[in-house]
Structures are given as C-alpha cells and as structure tokens.
Design a protein around this ligand. Sequence first.
Ligand code: ATP
Length: 447
Amino acid sequence: MKRTTTAKAVNISARLKGLLPREVIRLFKLIDRIAQQNSCAVFLVGGLIRDILLGVRNLDLDILVEGDTPRLVKALVKEARGSYVLHKRFGTAVVTLPWPVRFKSTRLANAKIDFATARKEIYKSPAALPEVAFSTVREDLSRRDFTINAMAASLMHKNFGQLIDFFNGRSDLAGKKIRILHDKSFLDDPTRIFRAVRFEQRFNFKIEPHTERLIKEALKGKMIERTSKARLKDELILILKEKDPGKALSRMENLIDFGFIHPKIHFTKGQEQLFSSISKTVAWFKSVCEGKTTDIWLVYMMALLGDLDMSTLENVCREFAFTKTERTRLCSYRKNNLEVAKFLGRSKRLSPSEIFRQLKPLSDEAILCIVAGSNSKYIKRRIANFLLKYNKVSLKISGKDLAGLGLKAGPEFKKILTAALYAKLDTGFRHKKQELDFIKRFSAGHK
Ligand code: ATP
C-alpha cells in the first residue's frame, strides 16, 4: 500500500523560526553555506519536523545529507571550532559545536547535531539488521517507520523550510493516525510495533486499522520472538521514558502482551495503579531532590518485573542484556522491597539511624518504587525523611581526625565512622567536637 504522492509546496520556515532558538536558525544558515561549498544538499528530518508541525518544541537536530557527509562535517567543524565523531560505514556523524543555545529557558552548553547520509536499506531476511547503501532523500524517507516520521524540510537557502512529504505525513498528523509506509514494514523491523504504540499513546493518536492488522499479522508470525531481545529492551525502555508510560503499557497488554519477556508478566489493573502512583511519586521526588540523576524508567521496570521470582528475574536480565548496574538494582529491589516495606510500615517508633540503615543500601529507584507501592503513612513519612534529611547528613570528621586521636588506620576506621554517623543521625551533633568526643568514648568502650 504505497502512498507516494508528489510533495505539495508547503513551507514551514515560519514555524521553524517561531519554535527554534535564533542560534539554531543561524546554525542552519552556516550548515547550508558549507554544504553549498561542498556540493551537498541538506535537509532537516525525522521527529523534529513532526513536532514542529504539531507546535511542539524539540531540539533533536537530525540532518540528512545528499552528498559527502564526512567532507561536509569536517569543513563545518573546522569553521565552527567544534568536534565530531564519524561512523564511515553508516555515513553518519555526530557534531558538537561549542555554541551556547537557549532552549526552554535552559542554556545548553553545546549544540549537538546528528548528520546522516541519505540511504536505502536492504533487509536480507525479516527482522535482521539491514545492509546500507547510499541514495537520495526520497529513498531515505521511504525506509522510515511511519508517515508522521517520514517528512523532511529543506535547509537550503533557495527553498529554506520547504516541506518534503511523499507519504502524506502532514495529513496523518492532522488525522491523528499512525500509519506505516509499506505492508512489509513490521516484517523488516518488528521493533516498529513498539514504536507504533509509543507514538500513538504519546500523541493520543490511533494506529490506523490497516497498520493494526499488519501488527497482528506480524505478531501471529512470531516476529517479536525473532527479534534480538536487546533491541526489544531498548524499545521498551523508550516507552518507559515517556511521560505517562502506564497508558502505553495497557495498550501493549491488549495488543502485544508481555509474553515476549515472560509468560508470567501481565500489565494488570493493580500495576496500572502502581504506575500512576510512581508517576506522582517521581514528580514529588523531582521537585524536592533537584539535580539527582535517577533513572526513572528503571522504577517502572522494577514495577513491571517485580512479581517474577528471583531466578526468573536474573534470567530475564541476562537474556535482555541489562547492564550490570541495572541488573543489580532490579535484583536488589526484588530481594529487599517486601522486607523493607514491612520494617518501615511498623507503627513502633524507629530511630533515624534504623531507617537510614534500611534504605541506604538501596538505589533511589528502588526507594521510589517502594514508596509508590505503599499506602502506609509511616512508610511515606520515613522515606521522605530519609531522602530529605538523613541521607544528607555527613560527618565533619574524617580518617585524618581518627589518626590524630592516635587510632590505628585500618578496617576499624570505617566501623568507627559509621557508628559516629548513626549517633549523629540519632542525637543531632552539630559541632565537630561532639563527633570527636563520641569517637573517644566509642573507641574507649571497644578496647
Ligand atoms: P522521539 O521524539 O522519541 O525522539 P523520533 O521520531 O525523533 O522520536 P528517533 O528514535 O530519534 O525517533 O528516530 C529518528 C527518526 O529515525 C524517526 O523519526 C524515524 O524517521 C527514523 N526511525 C527511527 N527508528 C526507526 C525504525 N525502527 N524504523 C524506521 N525508521 C526509524
């Protein structure tokens, strides 16, 4: 079902200028000048065009080149004093320019731009990684996933902002439809099934009936099972990074189901509620703990995989190629969450150091998943105290001070400092002298 109509002469330069920072428009002009000097044609492509047409700000600069990308990139970097990483085989490059760009009131230190040479891809067998050959913008766009993602806009002076829309992406945006470009799309790349759900739920669009039928055929043909688990995990992570992943997971439960991870995984009503609670907890966490680098998608992943028994979880982590840190965090949550929740949910008084000892070994992600999964006011209050107060307490003394007191360096130091920290949490020492006095008493008592 090819819908390759001729491009209508629509120009989006006013929208580009309205939605992108001035520095970026200046950057486009520079790229065009250097492209001309190197006989290249340059286009803006992908998600940014879709978002610009939706009136959504996006600063993912993907530039498609007809011509010699390495030559263009090297000349650009020389003139703008930036740096680049080139992947010759794929004809792609990432350029970083030391240009401060103001975006959504944030000042970005660098402008990062992805360059790709227009290419076509040949899929030798279904679900395999494609072979790459260089080609034209039209062929490049025709290998993309959905009509709404298969538009480009010229960056060239002579027709800046002219929309290239061979597949009626603009009309599908207006009709809120997710539509593939050809009937073999999901056989070529089954991860597009996940992408279809992600974009559908993000924009409140609908996967159009023919596309949905093709998804179901691909699922019947076991295309997901034939796809690398690492790629499936990457797509699932992208879904979990969406603003409201619960919606997309409900849709996945109905359309795809989670048997591809493990037959025991279902996105139940209970999990839907847990996801919604995680989303509120995360919003609270971000407002009170600014600047923390927490992997929010991992909190959702803990919730999704949390009911698997330990050895199944370990197998899933291995099969889906989670990194060592991710694996450790997922397994540690699974191992400890019930016990920690039981301990913290008790009405009996708990000292700050008792709470600290329970929570300190856990990742922030696990702590957020525990608090989101609980209705207990004790757990909520104790976890809030840990994150906002106890976890910020540190000693004024160090190993040097212990040596100064004549104590011998060694493993004992850590034990003494930990005891001092617990005492500080429980009694609230304010001065260094109080810490030193505690250490003197503590080490005298342990001689
Ligand atoms: P987001 O807003 O989530 O970043 P995006 O559309 O920018 O979405 P990317 O994953 O960054 O998505 O990909 C950039 C572009 O590359 C897409 O717009 C699409 O045209 C193309 N693309 C990405 N993945 C695929 C795929 N699996 N099959 C075909 N085209 C793809």
